[in-house]
Write a protein that binds this ligand. Structure first.
Ligand code: AMP
Ligand code: ZN
Length: 115
């Protein structure tokens, strides 16, 4: 738990969220400002700031996040038609919240522009 981290506060319940899937290591919830009909944020329960903070000690969490992608895609009904996953890293990558997270986007044909 990091102080002043919005996603740590979502994990603790201090900030409410619409939870989609959860286990002891990861949490998935609806994005508050969805960019697509399905837009879910998947986070580790451990506070890891960015993708570049993955180390041999914590890299296993990526497997847990990918496993959650499978669960969430089924729960949201986009597993057959498809979806996109995005991890933004640091400023030019568009990262705004510095608690590692994966975006799962779907429910429509997604455009390909990268901004
Ligand atoms: P990023 O730009 O990759 O850091 O993405 C952060 C995402 O978190 C954005 O898509 C926001 O809409 C989303 N977000 C911010 N605050 C909340 C919140 N309280 N509940 C759900 N999603 C949030
Ligand atoms: Zn955090």
């Amino acid at each position: 738990m990091a102080e002043n981290c919005i996603f740590c506060k979502i994990i603790s319940g201090e900030i409410p969220s619409r939870r989609v899937y959860e286990n002891d290591r990861v949490l998935a919830f609806d994005d508050i400002n969805p960019m697509a009909p399905v837009h879910v944020i998947i986070i580790p329960k451990q506070h890891i700031p960015t993708l570049l903070d993955m180390t041999p000690e914590n890299i296993d969490i990526m497997g847990d996040i990918i496993s959650a992608v499978r669960e969430v895609s089924r729960i949201k009904g986009v597993d057959q038609k498809g979806f996109r996953t995005v991890i933004n890293c640091n400023e030019e990558g568009g990262q705004v919240i510095f608690h590692l997270h994966l975006h799962l986007l779907g429910g429509t044909k997604l455009r390909d522009d990268l901004g």
